[in-house]
Write a protein that binds this ligand. Sequence first.
Ligand code: GRF
Length: 201
Amino acid sequence: MNKLVTNKTRLGFLASGAGSNFLNIIESCRANALNGLPILLISNNSNSGAIQIAKQNNIDYFHISSKTCSDPDLEITRKMKEYNIDLVILAGYMKKIGSEMLAEFPSRILNIHPSLLPRHGGAGMFGEKVHRAVLESRDKKTGATVHLVNEEFDKGRILGQLEVDVAMGDTAESLASKVLAVEHILYPKIISEYIGQINNT
Ligand code: GRF
């Protein structure tokens, strides 16, 4: 376990996929753009890019899913507590956060969603589906939202948003890459602001 004595906020991550937001936040911490220390990654996907990123950056990681244990929510909560995590960052995590985690980390779990919530959020709205819904709705703008996590998918308090224009000829793929680019600007900024708020209360 990491016993570093520091005034930095200890960040724990949950991620299922490529992990570009995870890497971007690690790099923002390293550049002192945010006052956090990436401590731990938990992934439900043993093949995730996020696990590779944890390995390459010497961050402890665990694969926890319903295949590895009978109660993933409890196991994730135990690990986050064992590592004294202050703030939990969901970075492309595809599973719902359970009641143990919510009880143990009230207002301490952040998520990023690839649309301007409350538009195009909720159960089943992830990845390409979100961007297809934007195109089908003929929205003129889309973007990214950082919000607190509560018991309902994508319904927690919104902490910040960044917009992108939907241009003629945009596809779900082109929107995904435009939105991901603004996620990489928005997420570290909002985490940094939120850490500031936590430390002042
Ligand atoms: C991002 O689009 C994020 O909004 C969503 O999942 C995706 C994760 O991408 N929650 P990455 O794994 O961080 O590259």
